[in-house]
Write a protein that binds this ligand. Structure first.
Ligand SMILES: Cc1cc2nc3c(=O)[nH]c(=O)nc-3n(C[C@H](O)[C@H](O)[C@H](O)COP(=O)(O)O)c2cc1C
Length: 210
């Protein structure tokens, strides 16, 4: 499968990029064709200006050249993966703006749907799993991504794979922290390697909007 991995982090030597690198390795080792969109590296502008504002009367509207190029990149891939740090229990503004600008009327919704078979969301979570779940943030975030975004745009399979405790604040020894990060990177690799499994098995959507 052709899979576009969309990575958002201001720093190349971040854990987010290390996760993305392992994920893409897993994808390619499993025989997928991997393409990467490095939103900061490509200096993607997440702001929606008038040129890219949807026109509810015109699903054929011509958007800016940058948005059309991005829509082409989205179209030539059958699957998507988003890798980003969780910021304020949500998508970083860069990823939100990418979606605002490119999942546009007439392309992602409004008489048309996104062509992708699957989207995998990989948020890097600073806090522990227990802490995120205590206030049901995991459910809130998953519902938003699976139903609000993937369901609305017709991507039949949407999954969220949280990578928890990226700040390792509850760990003291260097050895323990090193092991924890190794585990996160191994999980990222496995997520890439198994990306196609549920698609091949034809497993239905968690987020389809009826
Ligand atoms: C602006 C900002 C907001 C953040 N908000 C959250 C949050 O809501 N929940 C959380 O668990 N971690 C939060 N964090 C921590 C990040 O998720 C954490 O720094 C990241 O996962 C570590 O990966 P990185 O080294 O690649 O940045 C936040 C960090 C920043 C900079």
């Amino acid at each position: 499968m052709k899979v576009l991995t969309i990575v958002s982090h201001p720093r190349r030597n971040s854990l987010t990029f290390a996760v993305a690198e392992r994920f893409v390795q897993g994808l390619t080792d499993a025989g997928h064709e991997a393409e990467v969109a490095d939103l900061y590296g490509e200096e993607f502008d997440p702001l929606v200006f008038e040129k890219d504002e949807p026109d509810w009367d015109n699903p054929q509207k011509r958007y800016s050249a940058r948005v059309h190029a991005e829509m082409e990149r989205l179209k030539r891939n059958e699957g998507l993966a988003f890798i980003f740090p969780l910021w304020w229990y949500s998508l970083p503004a860069m990823v939100k703006g990418y979606i605002d600008r490119t999942w546009n009327y007439g392309f992602a919704y409004g008489g048309s749907k996104l062509p992708h078979k699957k989207v995998l969301w990989i948020p890097l979570v600073g806090e522990t799993e227990e802490s995120l779940k205590k206030r049901n943030f995991d459910t809130m975030i998953s519902h938003y991504l699976n139903v609000g975004l993937a369901g609305y745009t017709g991507i039949s399979q949407s999954e969220v794979a949280f990578l928890y405790n990226t700040l390792a604040e509850d760990m003291e020894s260097g050895e323990e922290i090193g092991k924890h990060y190794d585990n996160l990177l191994q999980r990222a690799y496995a997520l890439g390697q198994r990306y196609g499994d549920s698609v091949d098995a034809g497993i239905g959507s968690a987020g389809r909007r009826n």
